[in-house]
Design a protein around this ligand. Structure first.
Ligand code: MN
Length: 199
C-alpha cells in the first residue's frame, strides 16, 4: 500500500466554531481515507507505478496506464488536494499574509481585501463539486481558479500553493447548502504562513 492517510496537523475540534468536529472527523477519516484506499487499489493493477510519488503521478498522468488513469486522476487528485487543504488551515488562523505572499497578493490583486472578494466570488460561483486554488502559472505568476471534481493543477504544469474544498461534504453538516457561509467562516482559520512557505 504505497499511500497512507497523513495525520491531521491539529485536533478535529480545534477549528470550531468555524468548522465543526464531526465534519472534520468524517472528512478526514472517511472521505480522504477512501480516496487513498481507491488510489492504492488502482495502483495494484500497475505495480510498476507503486513507487512513484503522488506528485509524479499527477504531473505525468498521461504516462499512467489508461486502465487506471481516471482512478488515479480522481483519487490521487483527491489525496493531493485534501492533504494540502488540511495544511492551509490552522486553529485561530494566522492573521493576514506576510512576506513574499503579501507582496505577490498585493501586486496581483491590489490588496488582501480585494483578493478576499475575488476569491470568494470565484469559489461561490463554482458549479457543483470542485476546488478553488491559488497557484503559480508557468511564468511564476500568482493566479486563482477552480477545478472540477478532483482535477489537479499539477497535471497542467501549474504549481498549487493554496486550496479550498468546494465539495458539499466539506460543509453540509454545519452549513447545509450555504457555501457562502462556509467560505466566510474559513477566513478565520487560514494558515497563510504555510502558503507563504510554498512560494
Ligand atoms: Mn473533501
Amino acid at each position: 500500500m504505497p499511500f497512507t492517510l497523513p495525520p491531521l496537523p491539529y485536533p478535529y475540534e480545534s477549528l470550531e466554531p468555524y468548522i465543526d468536529e464531526k465534519t472534520m472527523r468524517i472528512h478526514h477519516t472517511k472521505h480522504h481515507q477512501t480516496y487513498i484506499t481507491k488510489l492504492n487499489q488502482a495502483l495494484e493493477k500497475a505495480p510498476e507505478f507503486q513507487n512513484k510519488s503522488l506528485e509524479w503521478l499527477l504531473v505525468h498522468l498521461s504516462q499512467v496506464p489508461t486502465e487506471i488513469r481516471t482512478a488515479v486522476k480522481n483519487n490521487g487528485g483527491g489525496h493531493f488536494a485534501h492533504s494540502m487543504f488540511w495544511k492551509v488551515l490552522k486553529p485561530q488562523g494566522s492573521g493576514e499574509p506576510t512576506g513574499k505572499l503579501k507582496t505577490a497578493i498585493d501586486s496581483t490583486f491590489g490588496n488582501f481585501s480585494t483578493f478576499k472578494e475575488k476569491f470568494t466570488e470565484l469559489a461561490t460561483g463554482h458549479f457543483a463539486s470542485g476546488w478553488a486554488w491559488l497557484y503559480l502559472d508557468k511564468e511564476k505568476r500568482l493566479t486563482m481558479s477552480t477545478t472540477h471534481d478532483h482535477d489537479c493543477p499539477l497535471t497542467q504544469d501549474l504549481t498549487p500553493i493554496f486550496v479550498v474544498d468546494l465539495w458539499e461534504h466539506a460543509y453540509y453538516l454545519a452549513y447545509q447548502n450555504e457555501r457562502p457561509k462556509y467560505l466566510a467562516a474559513l477566513w478565520n482559520v487560514y494558515n497563510w504562513d504555510e502558503v507563504n512557505n510554498k512560494l
